[in-house]
Design a protein around this ligand. Structure first.
Ligand code: HEC
Length: 447
């Protein structure tokens, strides 16, 4: 509870993360798949001595280089901005736990940029062997970036032995690391396959080249779907118990939707491999690409939602409370421990604090309604605002409407009984002021 919390009305600041992260994650997977396919394609074109196919790959390279260098780099930096603003404690923990992981990732990113430029600008000047080597460096550096970031994102949902040992490798090689790498690599190949269908149906291209690209892309895309399924099942077996319980609660319709999207993709890839290629026309391939992307985004959302109440499993709750701190904070009181809400109240109401800077609870009976509401709001925004807004995303009003304050106080007292929520670390008077504020705010009584 060292950092301030940025309360964004209506959506909550954590929802800003997916707005930047989802386009980034989607595009970067697709750049990884592009890197791998370009390398495989360039090898194939030289082996089969096919200049037309090589010329097509050159066009594709320009797109992937632009995508990585411009979009990937800008949104990647954007993610650092948004996570640092909306979840500073988690960001700090991740930087501290994986400082060399991040450093290595930045090195591989530079390598990816350099090899991408090399691949594109030296296209005509490299001999076939050197050309294939540069393509391999590009593919490998992009894929290694994926591996490194996956170690860290998988860690957030399954921290393994790390909370006990704090050793880099215990965190990095966490239980869901390898399955996630397999799934993400598969996702990268499948998405790129869908992109290639779209590309060849939108540009002017000789029918033989179109045929060749479609067959070639399909083969790798089917392998991609195979990896998604394999990695997904492996992941299911590796996740910690708290996630298993949540998966069990998911409605069957979600599972069916996932199976339906995957089945559609496999059918498409097989059809593009064996069938005639006339059906690969723009509206349909664009639609398929959108379906694949939507499936991907939905998968990321579901995976993230499983992680609640933690941002780092077994170590840090979403609302900035370390799992080991719960009892100590309860004993001192939330407002006495949380630096920023306390500083806010201290600045507004210095008379409520003792000379030592401790909240003086003997003053509570004489608080004015405005003071009570201000304290309640500070607790709500800092302690609940990471997941609830008042009336927008995951609205708290929807949760309390129709209940009476005593019942809500009882729920808050044992908040962790709800599988998505962290424990309430305040004292009972803090609980009372919080709930009082919520009911007042719902009636429109306070600002
Ligand atoms: C880590 C995220 C998270 C945090 C932090 C959080 N909640 Fe929740 N809360 C949820 C989710 C998710 C639900 C379930 C929403 C649903 O079912 O639609 C929920 C449900 C609730 C409910 C309804 C529970 C029930 O049994 O009907 C109440 C009341 C509630 N939250 C109050 C709070 C209060 C007060 C705080 C702050 C002290 C808080 N929550 C903090 C995620 C969170």
């Amino acid at each position: 509870m060292e950092y301030p919390f940025w309360y964004v009305p209506g959506i909550g600041s954590p929802m800003l993360i997916p707005m930047v992260a989802l386009p980034h994650v989607l595009v970067s997977h697709f750049a990884v798949g592009g890197g791998i396919l370009l390398w495989l394609g360039i090898r194939k074109a030289y082996r089969e001595n096919d200049p037309d196919f090589l010329a097509y790959l050159r066009r594709l390279t320009r797109f992937f280089v632009l995508l990585t260098v411009v979009f990937g780099a800008i949104t990647g930096v954007g993610i650092w901005w948004t996570i640092a603003l909306s979840s500073p404690q988690t960001t700090s923990s991740l930087i501290h736990a994986f400082v060399f992981g991040w450093a290595t990732e930045w090195v591989t990113f530079v390598l990816e940029l350099v090899s991408a430029f090399g691949l594109y600008y030296l296209w005509d000047r490299l001999n076939p062997k050197a050309h294939q080597a540069v393509a391999l460096v590009y593919a490998l550096s992009a894929w290694i970036s994926l591996v490194l970031i996956t170690g860290i994102t998988a860690f957030m949902a399954s921290s393994g032995k790390w909370p006990q040992t704090h050793l880099f490798w215990d965190g990095f090689l966490n239980p869901t690391f390898l399955p996630s790498v397999v799934t993400r690599t598969g996702g990268a190949l499948a998405l790129t396959g869908l992109y290639l269908y779209m590309h060849i149906s939108l540009i002017k291209i000789a029918p033989e080249v179109k045929e060749k690209v479609a067959r070639w892309a399909s083969r790798w895309a089917v392998i991609g779907v195979g990896l998604i399924v394999l990695g997904g099942l492996w992941w299911y077996n590796a996740v910690p118990g708290y996630i298993h319980d949540k998966i069990a609660e998911r409605p069957t319709v979600v599972t069916l939707a996932i199976v339906a999207v995957l089945a559609t993709l496999v059918a498409t890839f097989f059809l593009a491999f064996w069938g005639k290629k006339e059906w690969l026309v723009a509206p349909l391939t664009v639609l398929l690409f959108l379906v694949g992307s939507a499936g991907f985004v939905a998968g990321e959302f579901i995976r993230e939602s499983f992680r609640k109440p933690y941002t780092i499993e077994g170590y840090l709750f979403s609302n900035n409370v370390y799992t080991t701190q719960v009892d100590a904070v309860r004993a001192r009181g939330f407002l006495n421990t949380a630096k920023w809400p306390k500083a806010y109240l201290q600045a507004r109401y210095p008379q409520l604090f003792t000379i030592e800077g401790v909240l003086d609870t003997t003053q509570l009976p004489s608080l004015t309604p405005q003071q009570r509401a201000d304290i309640g709001r500070a607790i709500f925004e800092y302690h609940c605002g990471v997941c609830h807004t008042l009336s927008g995303y995951n609205a708290i009003f929807d949760q309390i409407r129709g209940s009476d304050p005593d019942l809500i106080q009882a729920i808050v007292e044992d908040l962790e009984d709800h599988p998505a929520m962290p424990p309430f670390v305040g004292q009972s008077w803090e609980n009372q002021l919080l709930v009082e504020y919520l009911f007042q705010a719902m009636k429109g009584g306070v600002q």
